[in-house]
Structures are given as structure tokens and as C-alpha cells.
Design a protein around this ligand. Structure first.
Ligand code: SF4
Length: 304
């Protein structure tokens, strides 16, 4: 039997909830073809939900020629949006307003003559959307170790970040960039939901014997939570379904911490909590009181 604790902040953020709601609404209100460009949010279960609902998904706008186009929470570049309009597609834009904010800041800075370094993951949908604003003047910095590979900049320079990057790694990058480029303008565009979820892992994980981060491997914000947990806790695993649990992880373990990425639905958390309850047992008297809310009816019956 283990004690189970939740991070203070975990699971769906409002931007993800909004995006899912708008995409579902688009399907319900449009009898014709509805297609999402890329994954609506980076979570396997959510992606499957839309597939089952009959919503299409394409990786390229080239493959969408009619009907309604749903833009994901991560947004797209202005050029791509223009191409979609030119194709006559009806557009439902579910871009998170906090990603839109990064676009607005980038456009404003470009207009003021800045060149921009974007600290983000290569090939991430959000990052490609922001770089697409002005690929000649927005440069990707993927890792701290790549700083010395950046081109030599003259003139006005700004540093922005993908909304879901690590708080600490961005602080480290900012410090180094400020040393190298005097007067660089630094805009911390990490979103509040990301900050809160990361801070909660920094708080909880050092006290735990094992940390479980619930989220899909495709989810950048979940991977970041896993990176943090791995650095401050002896053992940490990233998973999105109970079948991925290896039960030996719990051998000799007393305190288990649990968090979930901003794109992880609560039923994924519920399934994992219930699997732990069934296989290992949860000491409910010495666990997070919120755990009971996640136990399914059959399990609750056994507790009473
Ligand atoms: S993680 Fe942040 S940027 Fe991404 S959808 Fe949620 S609130 Fe928006």
C-alpha cells in the first residue's frame, strides 16, 4: 500500500479546455467535413476522442481542400492562415490566447526593428507558427548548449520563449543571453498554467520516492514536468495509460507523487489512480484528500 499525493496544480489548463470545447462545437454545428490541422492538443486520448467523433486530422494544409478547418491550440503562422482562407475553408481558430499573445509580441517587436530569438522546441507546432511570422528575423534556440551556434547579431535583439518551456532553463538562457548581448530585450512568454504546474512539481517531487507524470510523450509541457521530476526525485516516469505502468516501480516505495500535463484529461488521471488502488492499494488516511474524488464507484464501494 502506498501514500499518494497530487501536485497542487495539475491537468487541463483553460487554454486546452477552450480549444477542445471550440473544436467539439465546430463538429456539432457543421454537418459537413471538419478537419483539424495537426493534433488539437498533444494528448493521445483527446486525439482519439475527436477521431471517434468523426473529425478528420491532417498534418498538412495541402491535404485539406474543403469544409471546416480547425486550428489547434498551438496556432499556425499568419501565412498558413492566409492560405487556408484563399482555399475557401471555413476556419475555426482555437489557438490559445496566450499563444496569440506571443504572436502579437513577436509582430510588434519585428515592426520596431528587432530580430528575435525564440527559445523553443524544434518542429513544435507553436514554435513553427511563431517563426512563420518572419522566418528571416526569428531564430530558433532549442537548447542552452546551442547559444554559441547562433549567428552574430547586430542591432536590436529580443528573446522570447515557447509558452511551455521550463522556467529554470529559460532563466539560465536569459542570463547567458544578457551577458552576451547587452541591452537584449527579454520577454518571458511562458504561460501561467505552465509556471504553476512546474512550480508544483518542484514543491512536491523532492518529498516523494516515486513521481508519476501523466501525459502523452508528444506533449511538450508533460515532458518538461517529467524532466523536472527526474531532476528532483529519485524515480520519475511519464505515462498516459495504466497499461504503461510496470508494477515493480512500486516495490519498496511509500510515497508516490502524481502530476499531469496541461493537455491531460482528468479521466487519464482517474484511470491511473484506480489502477494503483487495485494493484498496490492506497493508504487513503495518509494520502491527498483529493484522491477519493478520482476513485471510480466500484473502488469507492470497497473503501466504505
Ligand atoms: S499550456 Fe498555456 S499556452 Fe498552452 S494551452 Fe494551456 S494556457 Fe495556453
Amino acid at each position: 500500500m502506498v501514500q499518494l499525493f497530487f501536485a497542487k496544480e495539475l491537468g487541463f489548463c483553460w487554454g486546452v479546455e477552450r480549444s477542445i470545447k471550440l473544436a467539439a462545437q465546430a463538429k456539432n454545428e457543421n454537418p459537413g467535413k471538419v478537419t483539424i490541422l495537426k493534433e488539437i492538443v498533444h494528448n493521445r486520448q483527446v486525439v482519439d476522442f475527436f477521431k471517434k467523433k468523426g473529425v478528420g486530422q491532417e498534418d498538412s494544409l495541402d491535404n485539406i481542400d474543403s469544409g471546416t478547418l480547425v486550428i489547434s491550440a498551438h496556432g499556425i503562422s499568419p501565412q498558413l492562415k492566409k492560405q487556408a482562407r484563399a482555399k475557401g475553408l471555413q476556419i475555426v481558430d482555437t489557438t490559445c490566447p496566450l499563444v496569440e499573445r506571443v504572436h502579437k509580441i513577436a509582430k510588434k517587436l519585428i515592426g520596431e526593428g528587432y530580430q528575435i530569438i525564440l527559445y523553443g522546441e524544434p518542429e513544435h507546432d507553436e514554435v513553427m507558427g511563431v517563426i512563420g511570422i518572419d522566418p528571416d528575423n526569428i531564430f530558433l534556440l532549442a537548447e542552452y548548449g546551442d547559444i554559441n551556434k547562433l549567428p552574430h547579431f547586430r542591432g536590436k535583439l529580443a528573446l522570447l520563449t515557447q509558452t511551455t518551456r521550463g522556467i529554470e532553463s529559460f532563466a539560465k538562457v536569459s542570463q547567458r543571453m544578457a551577458e552576451l548581448y547587452l541591452g537584449i530585450r527579454i520577454e518571458k512568454t511562458i504561460c501561467r498554467a505552465t509556471e504553476k504546474r512546474q512550480a508544483a512539481v518542484y514543491e512536491l517531487a523532492p518529498e516523494m520516492d516515486l513521481m508519476l507524470v501523466i501525459g502523452s510523450a508528444s506533449s511538450g509541457n508533460s515532458r518538461r514536468l517529467h524532466d523536472i521530476a527526474s531532476n528532483v526525485c529519485a524515480r520519475a516516469y511519464l505515462l498516459d495509460a495504466p497499461e504503461q505502468i510496470e508494477w515493480y516501480w512500486f516495490d519498496g516505495i511509500h510515497r508516490v507523487g502524481l502530476t499531469a500535463g496541461a493537455s491531460t484529461p482528468s479521466f487519464a488521471v482517474e484511470m491511473i489512480v484506480n489502477a494503483i488502488y487495485e494493484h498496490v492499494g492506497i493508504d487513503l488516511d495518509h494520502s491527498d484528500p483529493r484522491i477519493s474524488d478520482y476513485l471510480l464507484f466500484e473502488s469507492r464501494k470497497n473503501v466504505q
